[in-house]
Design a protein around this ligand. Structure first.
Ligand code: PMP
Ligand code: GLN
Length: 403
């Protein structure tokens, strides 16, 4: 009997014969947010990288979750589409804020954060070979989910001009081919802070109708608009039946760990997305769903105060970064600022962000990760301002010291 070591090795046909990670996901390593938050934890640096607030959302909402757990609401699997209270609250929110009517039973689906909504929508609507147009720089999960669906990502790049980023509508039109299945929008836009205005959205809607495209629109920052106004593209002519709108409680209620998101769309689209969603998580966050149903009913003053408080912090961070020598792009929405490091004599945002915690005790995100061609985003870095003013002041003191 040969020992284990003497045996002739089997031909390499087993798991070792090819990379373990599905080749469609080759190159998708650890997300930049995890990498940079780990670096912040390791170095004790101020984390202006990953976008999460350093104060938790309203106490009444947190208490509502505790109450739901105690009362035994949502501790067992909630219904697949989400608890009726939350679906109704989402429908009421869309009607109250935007005048858009959705049937809570057939046109609303609760998801595990916007992240799952994005995944479920793309897996449902995209087939291998389909082209998906995404605004670049794009949120990292878009690329991964398009790849998981076997689609081809076609970036249309927002370009900096006069201190903000702009979409070139002609470039968008030119990117549409016979293989284009959908436009993946994000407004307010992470990481640039661009808010697409009414005229831009009207032009995009016209294009979608003309070329018979689906639209998946990520509107998680809908309540964080400081200049201008948020317009859901689902409200434009011809868009209701072709648009999947995604939002989430994470940003709106400063509860990013709860992972309660949702889509609103016409019933056939919701049915398609629900079909994939049920095999991803089936359901999640039962008690949190009840609490978010209450959160969505907070008075308008809640949303106004959140926006005003973040606007003040935007102004604080943009002014301070400019003083520290960065080129600053002023965000009209979201809680991120994109800064240009070239005025500091730097060109490589990756190297800059990897060294910044040790050099200055601050963490930022290199925008290069949000581009197909990282060179396009190389000199840009993103800072989050969803932190207490004293934390932003301290970060700015440290950054100013770097001059
Ligand atoms: N879309 C965008 C543009 C985001 O910035 C984020 C992140 N926070 C998400 C989706 C994910 O949202 P959630 O935490 O609800 O999954
Ligand atoms: N959306 C958050 C950001 O852009 C991060 C969420 C995540 O870590 N996936 O910073």
């Amino acid at each position: 009997m040969p020992t284990m070591d003497e045996r002739t090795p089997e031909p390499a046909t087993g798991p070792a014969a090819r990379p373990l990670l599905n080749r469609g996901l080759a190159g998708f390593g650890t997300t930049i947010f995890a990498e940079m938050s780990a670096l912040a934890a390791e170095t004790g640096a101020i984390n202006l990288g990953q976008g999460f607030p350093d104060t938790d959302g309203p106490e009444s909402v947190r208490e509502a979750a505790v109450r739901a757990i105690r009362d035994g609401r949502g501790n067992q699997y909630p219904p697949g589409p989400g608890v009726p209270e939350l679906r109704q609250a989402v429908a009421d929110h869309q009607l109250r804020r935007y005048g858009l009517a959705f049937d809570p039973d057939t046109e609303v689906l609760v998801t595990t954060g916007a992240t799952e909504a994005i995944a479920a929508a793309l897996l449902a609507l995209v087939e291998p070979g389909d082209e998906v147009i995404a605004l670049e720089p794009y949120y990292d999960s878009y690329a991964a989910c398009i790849a998981m669906a076997g689609g081809r990502r076609v970036p249309v790049t927002l370009r900096p001009r006069d201190g903000t980023y702009h979409l070139d509508l002609d470039e968008l039109r030119a990117a549409v081919t016979d293989r284009t299945r959908l436009l993946l929008l994000n407004t307010p836009h992470n990481p640039t802070g661009t808010v697409l205005d009414h005229a831009e959205l009207a032009a995009i809607a016209e294009l979608a109708v003309d070329r018979d495209l689906l639209v998946v629109t990520d509107e998680v920052y809908e309540h964080l608009v400081f200049d201008g106004e948020h317009h859901p593209i689902a409200g434009f002519p011809g868009m209701r039946e072709r648009t999947v709108t995604i939002s989430s409680s994470g940003k709106t209620f400063s509860l990013t760990g709860w992972k309660v998101g949702w889509i609103t769309a016409a019933a056939p689209l919701v049915t398609a997305v629900r079909t994939t969603k049920q095999f991803l998580t089936y359901v999640s966050g039962g008690p949190f769903q009840y609490a978010i149903a209450e959160a969505l009913r907070l008075p308008d003053s809640y949303y106004d105060e959140l926006r005003d408080s973040l606007r003040a912090r935007r102004d604080l961070l943009t002014a301070g970064l400019a003083e520290a020598g960065f080129g600053v792009h002023r965000p009209a929405g979201t809680y991120f600022v994109t800064a240009d490091i070239r005025p500091l004599g730097e060109t490589d945002g990756f190297a800059f962000c990897r060294e910044l915690p040790a050099r200055r005790g601050v963490v930022a995100i290199p925008n290069a990760v949000f581009y197909d061609d990282p060179a396009r985003g190389a000199p840009f870095v993103r800072f989050a301002f969803c932190k207490r003013p004293e934390v932003l002041h301290e970060a700015l003191t440290r950054l100013r010291a770097s001059r």
